[in-house]
Design a protein around this ligand. Structure first.
Ligand SMILES: [Zn+2]
Length: 118
């Protein structure tokens, strides 16, 4: 196999050299008909260290990356839910206190008015 090849994560779209990627079929006994990504230039200049990646490994890698991303998003949503609940509870407490003070003020004012009329 190619020694010291550069690795990329997920499904590659470009080689490190900037050139596009082509899909080839392996013709070795070890990996018959196994598809692989190869740099356009690397396919011609085999001694140079251009991108090479098995398609099945790239797809699996891509799926794992998406799964990891989903886990991070799920954690983020959980954190947001907790923060939102905490914020709403604190705000409700504040509003209750304000409302209680307001009610108490109104009652005292009404009592004051009632006393004046007597
Ligand atoms: Zn390349």
């Amino acid at each position: 196999m190619i020694i010291g090849r550069r690795t990329s994560q997920g499904v590659p779209s470009r080689c490190w050299c900037g050139r596009g990627i082509v899909i080839f079929y392996s013709r070795t006994d070890e990996n018959p008909y196994r598809r692989f990504y190869r740099c356009e230039i690397g396919a011609q200049r085999k001694k140079e260290n251009h991108l090479f990646k098995w398609v099945d490994e790239a797809l699996l890698d891509g799926i794992r990356r998406v799964e990891a991303q989903q886990d991070r998003i799920a954690d983020l949503i959980e954190d947001l839910k907790e923060n939102l609940t905490k914020t709403v509870e604190e705000e409700v407490k504040k509003q209750k206190k304000t409302l209680e003070l307001c009610c108490l003020g109104s009652i005292l004012w009404l009592l004051g008015m009632a006393n004046r009329q007597e």
